[in-house]
Design a protein. Structure first.
Ligand code: GLC
Length: 607
């Protein structure tokens, strides 16, 4: 009896210790943020998931086996960088991905400032248990154009006019080089939408309205971005917006400020597949690792929560093994509560949620859904495996930190020459009467006018430095069409410019009048337009130029075909220049005959 009395307290103490440490471990492992950075499961130099000699599968198996539920949920969040007030939040919430929404850069938009900003976010992951690097994504849709001094390539609609897959691949590869130089390894491009309605503001982000051309150029772009030149992809591409983008019916937009964007697609399944599935099928066959689901509805159901589309068709039928990311607030538009929207979208097949600002809400709702069984742990692990696999494929765990010396590739001479080639090859000759074109470079006098002649921002279009683009010559580096004309002509050719076309020349006519006209910059739904056409200001300018010149050339800089039917008969030469970007000399290369016009329409232009 005495011995029992002596031993009992010891037994009791041991039992209590085991019990409390067990509860403590459970809490740490599954409920509290993973701040047990000293435990055995945490980062160690020799951990298998850090071993580059192991297969990606084995590295993912090891890593996911070490992760708490909290850490897994953090990998599924894609957060807009402006929602991070304190780098410690990245550590505390184990966030796995950040993005720069359109124009969301550092205060100074310079390449160095971008590099420092991205590196600072990455550094915050070093204080976590497993040190899983961040994916940083951006809409580098026509070059790394959020960054001041980057090469601004023609928007996709112009590349679509080139119909040149090799060119598109080189443009994409150059874009990826400029992105990687700033430590950004995820591009939200190529856009694989097939623009069936040019009234849609996103038309210029597409390769046009022909499914085969979109598929061909989309694959080329994807291969250029994900160039497997080393033992990992250079940058992760994103095939977007699955599925049916470009076929939304005019007037069905959920957002009352828009007309087409976020609208409803009423195609039957056969037509949806015929017009829109092939580009994604080819992208998956050629290594797409990320698909972004669009915010459109298909016959009234949000694509974001459509299990048939995301899981049955994309993941099972097409065999897509990468991850599906939702579009901006796409998940929270599914139903009237965030919890229900999240459960429906994740269970439909969304793997990463572009929240984009509410990560705390996302994390708690995910925890709740897992605890309730509304989202299974199998679905959680499937999503996280897909995301981690992509991170290993682009070498996120293995790359050295990006340093300043690599920044010289941004806006390099080689890239600008490539951009000029892309501009050249995208120019489409819409009309050429009276042998108006090509122009001689040794004319006596040329007059130049129009709202876009001396406006780099309009020349570049949306997604340039700012989401909606820039309307002017600040914030973009490059050559305007006006300067390109001045540089192209003989030294004794007189070039006179007046934006509105007000020239005091008496009865002397200029040999040629060039009016460079077109659209103001816009992006997405803000560009939805019931009848895309030239402004009254531009039409007035064209009239004045015609009165003062022997031959009239109209250069249209726009994201889509414009309605010019009523006016084109009075014009001698007409060129569709699309949105050429920083290298205006690509326009004059064909205007003055150094190169032949080779572009042809990527979408129907009613003339
Ligand atoms: C936008 C666009 C999408 C873009 C994303 C992130 O709303 O729909 O194309 O990649 O948000 O900027």
């Amino acid at each position: 009896m005495k011995i029992y009395k002596k031993v009992f307290p010891l037994i009791f103490f041991v039992a209590i210790t085991v019990l409390t440490s067990g509860i403590g471990f459970f809490v740490l492992k599954n409920i509290m943020p993973g701040d047990d950075t000293l435990s055995a499961r945490c980062w160690k130099e020799v951990a298998p998931y850090l071993d580059q000699n192991l297969s990606i599968q084995k590295r993912v198996d090891d890593l996911i086996g070490r992760m708490t539920e909290w850490e897994k949920i953090g990998q599924m969040a894609l957060i807009e960088k402006n929602s991070i007030r304190d780098l410690g939040e990245i550590t505390k919430y184990n966030l796995g991905a950040l993005l720069s929404g359109g124009g969301a850069g550092p205060k100074a938009e310079t390449p160095l400032a971008w590099l420092k900003m991205v590196n600072s976010f990455q550094s915050a992951t070093k204080n976590t248990c497993l040190k899983i690097p961040l994916l940083y994504g951006i809409d580098a849709v026509h070059g790394h154009a959020n960054v001041l001094g980057a090469t601004v390539f023609p928007h996709a609609i112009g590349l679509g006019a080139s119909h040149d897959a090799d060119l598109v691949k080189r443009v994409a590869s150059a874009t990826a080089q400029e992105m990687a130089a700033t430590g950004i390894y995820w591009s939200f491009s190529p856009n694989l939408d097939v623009a069936q309605d040019i009234r849609w503001g996103k038309t210029y982000e597409t390769f046009g309205s022909n499914t085969e051309n979109v598929a061909k150029l989309g694959v080329a772009y994807l291969q250029g971005v994900q160039d497997y030149s080393e033992n990992y992809f250079k940058v992760l591409a994103t095939a977007k917006h699955f599925i049916g983008g470009g076929s939304m019916q005019y007037g069905t937009a959920r957002n009352k400020d828009f007309k087409v964007e976020e609208g409803n697609i009423s195609l039957d399944e056969k037509s949806l597949r015929q017009v829109h599935l092939v580009p994604f099928q080819k992208a998956v066959e050629n290594g797409a690792q990320v698909v972004m689901v669009g915010t459109a509805t298909w016959n009234g159901k949000m694509n974001t929560s459509n299990y048939y589309l995301l899981t049955d068709v994309l993941k099972t039928e097409l065999g897509f093994s990468g991850f599906v990311v939702s579009d901006w607030y796409g998940v929270y538009q599914v139903s009237n509560t965030r919890y229900d929207s999240l459960v429906k979208s994740i269970n439909a097949g969304v793997d990463m949620v572009m929240t984009p600002f509410e990560y705390k809400d996302f994390m708690s709702n995910m925890q709740k859904a897992l605890a309730n069984g509304d989202i299974s742990r199998e679905r959680l692990d499937d999503a996280v495996r897909r995301i981690l696999t992509a991170k290993f494929k682009i070498g996120l765990f293995d790359r050295p930190e990006v340093v300043q010396s690599g920044l010289s590739v941004i806006g390099s001479v080689q890239h600008r020459a490539l951009a000029r080639e892309a501009v050249r090859k995208s120019q489409v000759l819409l009309k050429n009467e009276n042998l108006a074109l090509p122009l001689s470079a040794s004319l006596e006098k040329i007059i130049v006018a129009g709202s876009v002649a001396d406006n780099l921002g309009r020349q570049a279009g949306g997604w340039t430095t700012e989401w909606q683009g820039i309307d002017g010559n600040y914030g973009v580096a490059g050559t305007t069409v006006l300067d390109a004309i001045k540089n192209a002509v003989a030294k004794n050719t007189k070039v006179e410019y007046n934006k509105q076309g007000n020239f005091s020349m008496g009865n002397n006519l200029a040999d040629v009048g060039i009016a460079v006209v077109g659209e103001k910059p816009y992006a997405e739904g803000w560009g939805d337009d019931i009848n895309p056409s030239l402004s009254a200001e531009d039409l007035e300018t064209i009239k004045k130029v015609k009165e003062k010149s022997k031959k009239l050339i109209v250069i249209i800089i726009s994201g889509r075909p414009l309605d010019i039917k009523k006016y084109i008969n009075n014009w001698d030469g007409v060129v569709a220049a699309w949105l050429p970007g920083s290298e205006g000399a690509g326009v004059t290369d064909v205007l003055f005959g150094d190169y032949n016009f080779s572009g042809w329409l990527p979408a129907k232009w009613p003339l």
